[in-house]
Ligand binder design. Structure first.
Ligand SMILES: Cc1cc2nc3c(=O)[nH]c(=O)nc-3n(C[C@H](O)[C@H](O)[C@H](O)COP(=O)(O)OP(=O)(O)OC[C@H]3O[C@@H](n4cnc5c(N)ncnc54)[C@H](O)[C@@H]3O)c2cc1C
Length: 219
């Protein structure tokens, strides 16, 4: 297992009580998300691009087109910042200043390694199974031509920060005590991500049941 590592540039300074530093929490946040925002600098200009990802032990895996500017930059050794955010709720405080969101957020810094051969094939399986559990064995697997068009990268979970915001609003005492404050509703509105009911495409013969592994996903 890679050594967990939080350093000067990954130490949370604003609201440090929301910071976590253990790799188990990092794993849990990464396992809960589906989209990572990958930041990289291209000729001095930061670009941040959302991609699908998965965690594999102490690495995070991403894949994309070999023609992608971002993937080419990452392959050539450009440092990356990968951020995953799971939004858990709206926090309605009595003041707008204290109103906020509840979230689990992880940020990973590092440089990528391109995976090839069996390692790439295995990584694509991990990404598929993270996003669509059971699908790898029930869809056509990548052809050599498709693999050639795909770049799969791995980043170690060695330099990271985690920030978790949870719980009720943290109102100023003045707002709790004031006449106006006592009239203002405050609390949390949880946000849940929900999968909808599966909709077969037009080529699925009528009456075909939804596959068991899809039916097992939470709808
Ligand atoms: C869904 C969501 C909405 C947010 N909305 C706002 C907003 O509207 N305004 C606002 O000011 N802030 C918001 N935040 C918090 C924001 O992400 C920063 O944590 C905060 O602004 C402090 O920034 P800073 O530059 O002072 O960071 P510092 O605390 O100085 O950052 C130092 C280091 O801490 C780590 N770090 C900082 N923030 C995070 C994070 N969120 N997750 C993981 N690691 C982190 C990084 O490694 C960074 O290099 C939001 C966060 C989330 C997840």
């Amino acid at each position: 297992m890679a050594k967990a590592h939080t350093n000067a540039r990954t130490t949370v300074k604003r609201l440090p009580e929301k910071a976590r530093t253990d790799i188990q929490t990092l794993h849990a946040v990464l396992d809960a998300g589906r989209v990572a925002h990958v930041g990289v600098v291209d000729h001095g200009q930061p670009i941040v691009i959302p991609v699908a990802y998965a965690r594999d032990r102490d690495t995070v895996l991403i894949h994309g087109s070999t023609a992608s500017r971002m993937f080419k930059l990452l392959e050539s050794g450009s440092p990356a910042c990968i951020t995953v955010t799971v939004l858990d709720g709206l926090v309605l405080a009595r003041s707008l200043f204290e109103s906020s969101m509840n979230y689990r957020c992880a940020m990973v810094l590092g440089t990528s390694t391109r995976l090839t051969g069996q390692a790439e094939f295995d990584a694509l399986q991990v990404i598929t199974e993270h996003l669509m559990p059971g699908r790898w064995d029930h869809a056509r697997q990548p052809s050599p031509k498709e693999l050639k068009a795909t770049m799969t990268l791995s980043l170690p979970l060695t330099e990271f920060s985690i920030k978790i915001s949870e719980g009720p609003p943290d109102d100023f005492e003045g707002d709790l005590d004031s006449r106006e404050g006592k009239t203002i509703w405050a609390g949390q509105i949880p946000i849940y991500e929900q999968l909808g009911v599966p909709i077969p495409d037009q080529f699925v013969p009528q009456g075909t049941p939804i596959p068991d592994y899809v039916a097992a996903w939470k709808h």
